[in-house]
Design a protein around this ligand. Sequence first.
Ligand code: ADP
Ligand code: MG
Length: 554
Amino acid sequence: MSDFSSMGLNEPIISAIKKLGFNEPTEVQKKSIPLLIDKPKDIVSLAQTGTGKTAAFGLPILHHIDMESKNTQALIIAPTRELCLQITSELKKYAVNFKRLNIVSVYGGSSIQEQAKSIKKGAQIIVATPGRMLDMIKRKYVNISKITFCVLDEADEMLNMGFYKDIKSILSNTPKSKKTWLFSATMPNEVSKIAEQFMKNPYKITVGEKNSSSINVSHKSFLVNNRNKYSSLKLFIDSCTEIYSIIFCRTRRETQKICEKLIEDGYSAGALHGDLSQNQRDLVMKSFRIKQIKILVATDVASRGIDVENITHIIHYKIPDEVEIYNHRSGRTGRASNKGMSVLFVTSSDKRKIKSIENKLKIKIKSSDLPSKNEVFENQIKAYFEKIRKTPINADIEPFLSTINQDLSIISREDLIAKITSLEFERKLNALKQDDVNKSDKKTVRDLRYQINLGTKDYYNWQNLKDFLTEICSLNPGDIYNVDVQKTKSFFNSKPEHKDLIFNVFNKFEIDERPIRVNITNKRGQKDESSSYHKERSFRKGKRKKSKRSKRNF
Ligand code: ADP
Ligand code: MG
């Protein structure tokens, strides 16, 4: 027996959701459904996206609907067309056993007459966007004067979108006796205002860490420009004594690029995005959970629902367009009673978005300055020696120390410290110098960009092409990067020192009698250079003769 049975829902509903694989109610369902079944009154329910709110209001509505009556008994208002359709389709799944039930969705951008027709047949439940609903009320296509329930789903989002007046006006057409159920991910002032104005002594339910981002999270922003964004990110990471972080990027491509650069620069990072296979994603997540990887670079979509403990920093490499996404991202840190930090790298054009996040979540995002490279470096060295100072001496080491002491007796204490520091921080020091070199003369050290005549046509994507190249050239995964696969050709970067190796491998390389060639290109952006275009064309012309045979093996 599922827990749903003990909530008092009727049998046709229970059997439908069982078939959907709903074995146990989610938290918001556990808290809301019994109240709404037993003594339905107004309710304000706060829970994050993906917590099952649709069923939390949908199941009690279905339970209470009088299937014999064709009157509209419930109105569900949601901010967008997509949501209306999603809610309608969910409700229909829960209601498969109710043959006489008619659920109609009503939204803009689609024929109002058709929607009116469906409602005329008798719609016990209407799922609507505010604008279209108001329009239908004005044209008298709907009668909501007898509804028992009115749900405001994603109330915060509706108010963000400026639907306050429409909602107010819709509610004024509903009977006083109806119950209003408000569901929202956050509880900004406007939502409280709606609750105060239109609801009577509502039940209040909050699930999870709710609303405005957790009080354990502090918010910081760094103003950067696109050119120094990546080096600023590195500097920030370097300035943290401890980091276990998710860096959010906007696109899969950017996610991969940032991750590759971090790995190349010696950070323990892994990427998570939709271009990876399920296996690869599982592997990355496993390494991240056991802290083998300390930095996860991810897209919002791929990391949805990820719940990892003890994250110290959430980094927004790109500020999200929606406040809710910001809230979801930063909610990954500061869990339990831990402290966390949410860090934004922003450009001057992001100012309005920051204001909007601050206002809606009622938080302060502190605009901060990055420390200088030298400060960061100095702190790292200090932290390193502090760690040494605090390390207890392991007794097992004793027998080995006398020879070492003897060997090192000729080195002064100062020299020893200097040598250890040089050894430990050589890479960092070089990177520091390198960055300075790049600043004064951008052209000095440059990776080489290669073009290869393999592409999506040959069933390559950036991942398997990178695998192929590293394997065939016996290079490490970090040695091939910025892989950009196009239809018939692809591009990748590598360090100048690998040039001879790569050219040697592809000197006489063939796949199924087809010569595979690489050449160095100046191309850095999307557009092709005319010279490589000609090479490509002449190659294709040449290939055509035997293409029939060679194509299949890719
Ligand atoms: P929210 O409105 O809170 O964003 P949804 O109602 O859209 O969340 O639910 C998210 C997903 O979870 C949906 O695919 C839904 O079918 C599923 N779901 C809801 N409740 C349960 C449950 N009790 N068990 C399993 N899956 C559920
Ligand atoms: Mg929802």
